[in-house]
Ligand binder design. Structure first.
Ligand code: NZQ
Ligand code: ZN
Length: 388
């Protein structure tokens, strides 16, 4: 295990009815609020009316930024920054999924920065301060509710980039699993794939002697596998939705489950390049890329793939080579994604080979990616070719 530091300052309020506390929690953090949300799901479910009423009741002034896109746009973030400056906003409340939360973090950092907020995504500048943000999460997927990361798309340049900062952890996040009952089938699937992928990025590691972290990872994978089909069968299954939600938050919250381990994150880098051009949902892209990344890299550390196959998928190792066991585990992953309804090929999104070169080039723009196996441009291209 490597040396590490771990801090996570986000106050989690979990459980049915927890959104009732939003007025009180928000008023501890600010007076003039920017309420950020997506393209309407919170209006349909009544969460919008309820939130406005609770914020008003707490004596807060509310401004709004609706229509955050899935794969949020830099142009929309800039709109939010303008509103905050004009209205003297001192607290941002994100109500939605990862896209809404990520846009809110970018706005929070951008308001207090004189330059272009995109500088934080290109590495040209480092976030020194940000407005406080809080969240009401409506979709189990990204972990953005308890981490400092934001992923934004510069649509004009077809670039999707991330930042991570200790200044953009939410002050609080309200996690009411019943708010995810209305998440459509495809986004429930995409969320489950994203959660599992966050675990993969940490679990497939070259760091030795990390049994606790590996079991943390395996417990999340098993819990998602056990619960997602229940939620798909019955979207209002309270236990399944609660388990998925907590898995999402635990899978990516500043490195708790992989403290002291090298992380990989190459598959996320590759997927972001696909979404940057084709605007496909993040989880849907990962369902295509990840099994192919596994095929491409498994020989770097076959024992971890053998452990994965046997512990997660119950592959019987008797009489088989390590490679065969590993490949069975990878196939079981692919089969599971397919069974829950995730696509398996880029062609399913009408993505052909014409932009593979550009995607591979951008993925390694700042150098080789990944730590399990360092991937150069030709490796990224090979994984994309396997994914066609
Ligand atoms: O826009 P609305 O109307 O709210 O609809 C959304 C959206 O269409 C809908 N939805 C959300 N909650 C719902 C609901 N529909 C009905 N009922 C509800 N309760 O779901 C759709 C997808 O929402 P989105 O926020 O885009 O999904 P997700 O949470 O998967 O976020 C994806 C974004 O997060 C980034 C991705 O790249 C992508 O841009 N990521 C952020 C990370 C982070 N901050 O740590 C890490 C991830 O790896 C990821 O890259
Ligand atoms: Zn992800």
């Amino acid at each position: 295990m490597n040396s590490f530091q771990f801090v996570n300052p986000t106050h989690i309020v979990f459980g049915e009815g927890s959104a009732d506390q939003v007025g009180q929690l928000a008023s501890q953090n600010g007076k003039t609020i920017l309420l950020v949300y997506g393209s309407g799901s919170i209006k349909k479910t009544g969460l919008y009316d309820k939130t406005i009423s609770l914020l008003n009741h707490a004596g807060l002034t509310v401004h709004e930024l609706p229509n955050i896109e899935p794969n949020p746009r830099l142009s929309t973030v800039n709109k939010g920054i303008d509103i905050c400056r004009k209205q003297g906003v001192d607290f941002i409340l994100a109500v939605g999924g990862g896209s809404v939360i990520d846009a809110s973090k970018a706005i929070a950092a951008g308001v207090l920065y004189e330059g272009d907020v995109w500088d934080f995504f290109t590495g040209k500048a480092v976030i020194g301060k940000a407005l406080p943000i809080g969240t009401i999460l409506t979709l189990a997927a990204t972990g953005s509710e308890m981490n400092g990361s934001s992923v934004v798309t510069n649509w004009e340049e077809n670039l999707k980039r991330a930042f991570g900062s200790p200044h953009t952890y939410p002050k609080f996040s309200i996690l009411d699993p019943t708010l995810t009952y209305t998440v459509p089938r495809n986004h429930t699937v995409n969320g489950a794939v994203d959660i599992m992928s966050h675990v993969f990025e940490q679990y497939f590691s070259l760091t030795e002697n990390t049994p606790l972290q590996e079991r943390f990872c395996e417990s999340i994978l098993q819990t998602v596998i056990e619960n997602v089909e229940i939620a798909l069968e019955n979207p209002e299954d309270a236990a399944a939705r609660a388990n998925l939600m907590w898995c999402g938050t635990m899978a990516l919250n500043g490195g708790l489950i992989s403290a002291g381990m090298a992380n990989d994150w190459a598959s996320h880098g590759i997927e972001h390049e696909v979404s940057a051009i084709y605007d496909i949902p993040h989880g849907a892209g990962l369902a295509v890329i990840f099994p192919n990344w596994m095929k491409y890299v498994h020989e770097e550390r076959i024992d971890r793939f053998v452990q994965y196959a046997t512990r997660i998928w119950g592959v019987n190792p008797e009489g088989k080579s390590d490679k065969d066991i590993a490949l069975e585990g990878i196939q079981a992953t692919r089969d599971f994604f397919t069974r829950i309804g995730a696509e398996s090929r880029l062609a399913d999104f009408e993505i052909g080979s014409d932009k593979l070169d550009r995607m591979a080039e951008e993925a390694v723009r700042y150098g080789a990616i990944g730590s399990f196996k360092r991937l150069e441009k030709q490796d990224v291209k090979a994984i994309l070719e396997l994914s066609l």
